[in-house]
Design a protein around this ligand. Structure first.
Ligand code: OGA
Ligand code: MN
Length: 280
């Protein structure tokens, strides 16, 4: 039996007294894999994970995806995507300002990620919290008429569109990167494949439009759904400590980074990304 405490009344647990670096924790990790379906987010603090062990733990959740921005796979293990403001030898070791919008990881591919495992290697003493919102809670709190209206809508997710907005100051995506990330359509309401529970599947910047609506109506509906989805009542704010591992379910949560003084402080985060299936 794992010792846990709740992080938010509606989702998210912290698992206490667990050392993931210990190979004897494998049975507990398999329990976390099952718990994730029901709790959407799991925090384990005080970890000392080598890159190899981070990948090994992550693999118990499923096969891992490698990020399209190869320049940020800098640990020697291609499964680890680095988020950081740090440069070494004049080169960034990770993507800075990754996730500074509300999103679900890799929603812009046909088979988006089912979950991510983000490990904090170095964190600023202030700022840089990550916000997580439960899209189950968000969907369930919508008025029934809105649920009905959006139930069978789809939306177009575009990585190229997002990249152009978020990273306008950088070199554009290469043809190869663009070829790996064509626009895709996903349902606006998706079903959790193991629990059957419904959730909203929206996001800022990555969604180009809600399909079949005139642009103004699409923009207005998307803005209203996003605003609703990130209401305080559905959000858990994570204040990072070094050695935290946060595991979240991308099928039913969104998350968003918050700013910090990036001139003063270093931040180094390692993410693995578990493959998922086509949303329905
Ligand atoms: C991510 C992400 C936000 C943050 O790792 O996928 O969006 O606060 N991170 O680092
Ligand atoms: Mn993210």
């Amino acid at each position: 039996m794992l010792k846990t405490r709740s992080l938010h009344p509606g989702f998210g647990i912290e698992v206490l007294d667990l050392d993931l670096a210990d190979p004897a924790s494998d049975a507990a990790i398999d329990q976390l894999v099952r718990d994730l379906d029901h709790h959407s987010l799991i925090l384990v603090r005080g970890q000392k994970l080598s890159n190899e062990r981070h990948v090994e733990v992550s693999r118990r959740f499923g096969s891992l995806m490698t990020h399209v921005l190869k320049q940020f796979l800098t640990t020697g293990l291609p499964e680890i995507y680095v988020l950081s403001n740090v440069s070494e030898n004049g080169k960034p070791i990770g993507n800075h300002k990754e996730g500074w919008n509300w999103h679900s990881d890799l929603s812009y591919v046909a088979e988006p990620s089912m979950g991510s495992l983000l490990y904090s290697v170095e964190v600023p003493p202030e700022g840089a919290d990550t916000l997580f919102a439960s899209m189950h809670l968000a969907y369930e709190a919508l008025p029934p008429a809105t649920q009905q209206r959006i139930r069978h809508m789809t939306a177009t997710h575009s990585y190229a569109g997002y990249y152009g907005k978020a990273f306008a100051d950088r070199a554009p995506l290469s043809d190869e990167q663009k070829a790996r990330t064509p626009d895709v359509r996903h349902p606006v309401v998706r079903t959790h494949p193991t629990t059957g529970r419904l959730s909203l599947y929206v996001g800022e910047d990555i969604i180009k439009q809600i399909d079949g609506l005139p642009p103004e109506e699409s923009d207005a509906l998307l803005a209203a759904l996003n605003r609703h989805a990130i209401s305080d009542a559905f959000v858990y704010r994570h204040r990072w400590q070094q050695g935290d591992l946060v595991i979240w379910d991308n099928r039913c949560t969104m998350h968003c980074a918050t700013p910090y003084d990036d001139n003063k402080y270093r931040r180094v985060m390692h993410r693995t990304t578990v493959a998922g299936t086509r949303p329905f």
